[in-house]
Ligand binder design. Sequence first.
Ligand code: NAD
Ligand code: DAU
Length: 336
Amino acid sequence: MKLLVTGGAGFIGSNFIHYWLREHPEDSVVNLDKLTYAGNLENLTEVEKNPNYQFVRGDICDPEVVNPLVHEADIVVHFAAESHVDRSIMEPGVFVQTNAVGTQVLLNAALEYKTRFHHVSTDEVYGSLKLGSDTKFDENTRYDPHSPYSASKAASDHLVRAYHDTYGLPVTLSNCTNNYGPWHFPEKMIPLFITHLLEGEKVPVYGEGINVRDWLYVEDHCRAIDRIITDGKIGETYCIGGGAEKNNMEVTKLLLKLLGRDESFIEFVKDRPGHDLRYAMDYSKITKELGWKPSVTFEEGIQKTIDWFKEHREWAKRCTSGDYQKYYEQQYEQRQ
Ligand code: NAD
Ligand code: DAU
């Protein structure tokens, strides 16, 4: 099978490419990525020379780039997005452009060439749950996005379903909870806090740290997408979750303990505007229909992630300094 992976130089996309080429060595992967600040080709050095892997720098909003690549592919696995909620509050326009318009450009191409489309989305489209309740999101939860990020992802989900319902495009969708693990860009909470604590810096906890997220180790997300691509039913949505609800203070205290720092390393800062209180996912549909469930507990996953960040301190420092953006020029530009 030939996969066109969009956003493969980002956190989950790069983990997915490593996963796919390892688990399906007979398949080929083309990685289309614009290399925004979140795209880092250093994440993919181990597969760079694999003959079944190809990188193309380009924008999913540009049909001239997208069309021939979709034409060549058997399936589009669509990760590319602006993904950081805080940035969406500062600069919503680029979120609408990439997440909504970019998805529609890809859908048009998929329709033209009758290419299957898997859309990777988020639990944030469902809004926020009550603290202390045991309600969870599932495939039937009404959409209620609150940030420009989640609103633009909701728009993309609706477009994907519209292309299926209106034109019969073969699509599947997945909505997943918070991921963490290797190659996680140190602007999101877990990698930011680990890198700060490793370097002896304080960690900025928003508000009182009471917000709850449902954490999933990234490789388990990749495995869930594999199950959907392989055996998922066309037209269906699958919710993916970690079964690991933690509030931000619980996560912060665990990281402090595992990294040998005390609570003087916590700095409470101004809360995020419109900060969703709680996310939690009922993932029983994918368990029942496709036999998937998380395989890594939060405690195991966080230890693996800390170990990875300890071994990749220079990678994280290059992310923070911006030096990682020179990698493309050094490794790729001169070859073209
Ligand atoms: P990321 O920000 O780490 O990576 C996004 C990638 O997309 C980057 O490599 C970036 O260069 C690329 N990109 C951005 N705009 C582009 C454009 N116009 N054209 C081509 N490439 C472009 O994101 P992530 O955390 O890996 O998330 C990947 C996907 O998974 C997103 O769609 C996100 O909404 C979804 N998701 C993320 C999480 C999470 O916890 N991170 C959870 C659920 C769903
Ligand atoms: O739920 C899935 C979503 O998870 C994905 O769709 C998003 O792409 C991804 O970024 C993530 O969104 P969150 O906003 O939940 O993740 P973030 O790591 O930014 O924040 C996690 C929690 O930690 C949230 O309650 C805000 C808080 N936080 C975050 C940062 C960056 C802090 O307290 N301090 C921080 O510095």
